[in-house]
Design a protein around this ligand. Structure first.
Ligand code: GDP
Length: 376
């Protein structure tokens, strides 16, 4: 899982370690023996700076300045970060120590940017991560006990965590507070693993003592009803279905009525998944949503689709409004781009990731889960 991204990140950290010499740090002129606290750095280089800046700025310098300004503005408006657990550069910073120069720092950030873009991380998310790292590193003095590799890795971890932390959703906690029956509608194109994800959620809810009804509302695709029925039978879950080409909204309505009369806890609605741009499909989704009034609309996306998954989510979100995401096939995803970007890009949390074909291959997603797998 995420092997390609993991090794690219390791490369970035490792390269920064090779730079770990006097070239990268702003040091006081005199040589300081190892382990001894250096005197306060002299301000000489900073005083000399204005003369150099008289020249018109190159494009690279302009970008650098822009990034710096953004980072500073962000640092000013940012409320105090919670630093109870998780990696934080704050423990590495002190009044004395090594201060990283801007130029080598930019080289590291450029490498990081390329690594993230090559891993299909969406551009705005890449920028957010880079700004966060810069913010964590620039103008800070690092204790001598840490190598540059450790410092950079921690700064990246912290920044990735801040990006992911914005959108978190505890499904099992949420469902406890919902009126019954709780209706959940699943949306996504064919082949992404929607049916399997519904079965996994049903299994999880049953294990938690909840009663479940499945609604086979993909009445368009031959075999979809049958496929869901196989899962329902295996799990011992009630399925409400009609024949192929029946009105999907009517099937959803029947399933909810059944759940009401039998006092079942949760209704899981499967829907059709022709191309997301198909207008009939979008109308169908809207009608099902109007009739069933789901408490939660979950978009199911294939992690392997990378940015395509994000585009699909945007289309469904604009049409029917999605509340959360399940990202499937994460076990075969080397890049990790969708997992890193989808929540931030569409502003909806990833509730779960699916990491295999068995019913138990589903895990609640949160920032720490992702960090553990990326930086293990
Ligand atoms: P649907 O058309 O969206 O309902 O997709 P299905 O649920 O039928 O899944 C399509 C294929 O992907 C099936 O072969 C599933 O076994 C497989 N699949 C689903 N989820 C995962 C997953 O998390 N990991 C892996 N490796 N395969 C999955």
């Amino acid at each position: 899982m995420f092997d390609s991204l993991k090794s690219k990140l390791k490369n970035v950290f490792h390269k920064s370690e090779k730079l770990d010499s006097e070239k990268i740090y702003e040091e006081p002129k005199a040589d300081v023996p190892q382990g001894q606290t250096p005197p306060e750095p002299e301000k000489v280089p900073e005083q000399a700076a204005p003369a150099v800046e008289e020249k018109p700025l190159s494009r690279r310098e302009q970008i650098k300045l822009e990034k710096k300004k953004k980072a500073e503005a962000k640092a000013e408006t940012k409320h105090a970060p919670a630093e109870t657990h998780t990696p934080s550069t704050s423990g590495m910073v002190g009044d004395s120590g090594k201060k990283i120069k801007e130029d080598p720092l930019d080289d590291i950030l450029d490498e990081l940017e390329v690594a993230l873009l090559e891993s299909d991380v969406a551009y705005p998310v890449v920028q957010e991560i880079i700004l966060g790292v810069r913010d964590n590193l620039v103008n800070k003095k690092y204790s001598r006990e840490f190598t540059l590799e450790q410092v950079v890795e921690t700064a990246v971890k912290e920044s990735v965590r801040n990006v992911l932390k914005v959108n978190e959703f505890d499904f099992m906690k949420w469902i406890e507070d919902q009126p019954r029956p709780t209706v959940i509608m699943f949306i996504g194109i064919n082949g992404t693993g929607k049916t399997t994800a519904i079965a996994k959620i049903a299994n999880m809810l049953q294990k938690d003592g909840k009663t479940v009804v499945m609604a086979a509302c993909d009445t368009f695709r031959a075999g979809a009803i049958e496929q869901l029925t196989v899962h329902a039978d295996k799990l011992g879950v009630k399925i409400v279905k009609q024949s192929q080409d029946a009105d999907p909204a009517a099937v959803a309505y029947d399933a909810i009525e059944h759940a009401r009369s039998k006092k079942k806890d949760v209704v899981l609605i499967d829907t059709a998944g022709r191309m997301q741009t198909n207008n009939n499909l979008i109308d169908e989704m809207k009608k099902i949503a109007r009739v069933s009034k789901p408490a939660l609309k979950i978009f199911v996306g294939d992690a392997l689709a990378g940015n395509d998954a994000i585009e699909q989510a945007k289309v469904f979100d604009a049409a029917v409004g999605i509340d959360a995401v399940i990202l499937t096939k994460i076990d075969t995803d080397a890049k990790g781009g969708a997992a890193l970007s989808i929540a931030h890009t569409i502003g909806k949390p990833i509730a779960f990731v699916c990491n295999g074909q068995e019913y138990d291959d589903i895990e609640q997603f949160n920032a720490d889960w992702m960090l553990e797998r990326l930086f293990e």
